[in-house]
Design a binder for this molecule. Structure first.
Ligand SMILES: [Fe+2]
Ligand SMILES: [Fe+2]
Length: 307
């Protein structure tokens, strides 16, 4: 049996398992999540140490009620970025499946994942409203970059960018879902997303690791650079400055304080650690320029290592 046949068989076997798991454990957020119970203003929506201003002088000046409000606005802002990225991912998966055989398990899993992401985006949108937050829209540059990326990504970029955002949210949400002091709605949304995203991450990792070694030096260099830029631009937009205005802070000043806040930087490095580990092992972070961008984004430590 040739290596190519072995690879195809494994790919189909893994996708078959993912399809069976999807059939058993997929959830409709509109019916499985309690949207009726009012959000508790006395609880944090995310752990306080994950709020972007935690540990700063500005944080000390806020009342406990303002800090909790900021936690709700920030998690809503992250949900808006999640919706943005899910739209990008859905288009990339459609492009991926377009030329392939739909009777194969791996293409059927691609369609299944698109279905999951549709439900997640509706869930996140409803969640934003329940957090008492507005829709935090992307700036024009971010919107343009997303539009370009979703129309042009190659195989390694589709699955590495998917893995980056999914791992980031996964780290965040795993911490939230087990913390009984937090707002129950945030925990319920986190739990549902973590369950379904575990399959997406497996799929993305498999596709990436299969595709990457077959690519030439030029494509690899381009992909390393673009992935680093995706990571930088997505991370920079996690917290919309409008969140700070919602609790009476000067949005420009608060954004600067957050950017320089070592606690927030540590959180970002922690959110990204699984993705960084996978990319480092696979050779997606081995150029000096890309590592410089990852470091600028606060996603690897000052010496260039994951925390
Ligand atoms: Fe999702
Ligand atoms: Fe996903």
């Amino acid at each position: 049996m040739s290596t190519a046949t072995l690879r195809t068989t494994d790919r189909e076997d893994i996708a078959g398992r993912l399809l069976r798991s999807s059939a058993k454990a997929s959830y409709d957020p509109l019916t499985t999540i309690d949207w009726e119970t009012p959000v508790d203003p006395d609880r944090y929506a995310i752990p306080p140490h994950r709020v972007s201003l935690y540990g700063t002088e500005l944080w000390d000046q806020l009342t406990e009620a303002q800090r909790k409000e900021l936690s709700r606005q920030e998690v809503a802002s992250v949900a808006c970025v999640g919706i943005w990225f899910e739209a990008i991912l859905m288009q990339m998966l459609i492009r991926h499946a377009y030329d392939l055989d739909p009777t194969s398990n791996h293409v059927q899993y691609s369609y299944t994942e698109i279905g999951d992401e549709c439900r997640h985006s509706v869930m996140f949108a409803r969640f934003v409203t329940r957090m008492g937050a507005p829709y935090y829209p992307l700036d024009r540059v971010g919107r343009f970059l997303g539009r370009f990326f979703k129309a042009t990504s190659n195989g390694p970029l589709t699955f590495s960018a998917a893995l980056f955002v999914e791992e980031l949210l996964d780290q965040m949400q795993r911490e939230i879902m087990v913390d009984e002091d937090l707002e129950p709605l945030t925990r319920a949304v986190a739990r549902l997303h973590v369950t379904e995203e575990a399959r997406h991450m497996r799929y993305a990792r498999e596709e990436l690791i299969r595709d990457w070694p077959q690519r030439g030096a030029l494509t690899r260099a381009y992909s390393r650079l673009v992935l680093a830029l995706v990571a930088l631009h997505a991370t920079e937009r996690l917290i919309h400055p409008g969140c700070y205005a919602k609790v009476g802070l000067d949005p420009k000043l608060a954004r600067q304080v957050a950017e320089q806040n070592p606690h927030w930087r540590e959180s970002k490095t922690w959110f990204a650690r699984q993705a960084v580990e996978t990319f480092t092992a696979a050779g997606l972070m081995s150029s000096r320029l890309s590592r410089r961008i990852w470091r600028k984004a606060g996603l690897i430590g000052p010496t260039g290592d994951a925390a």
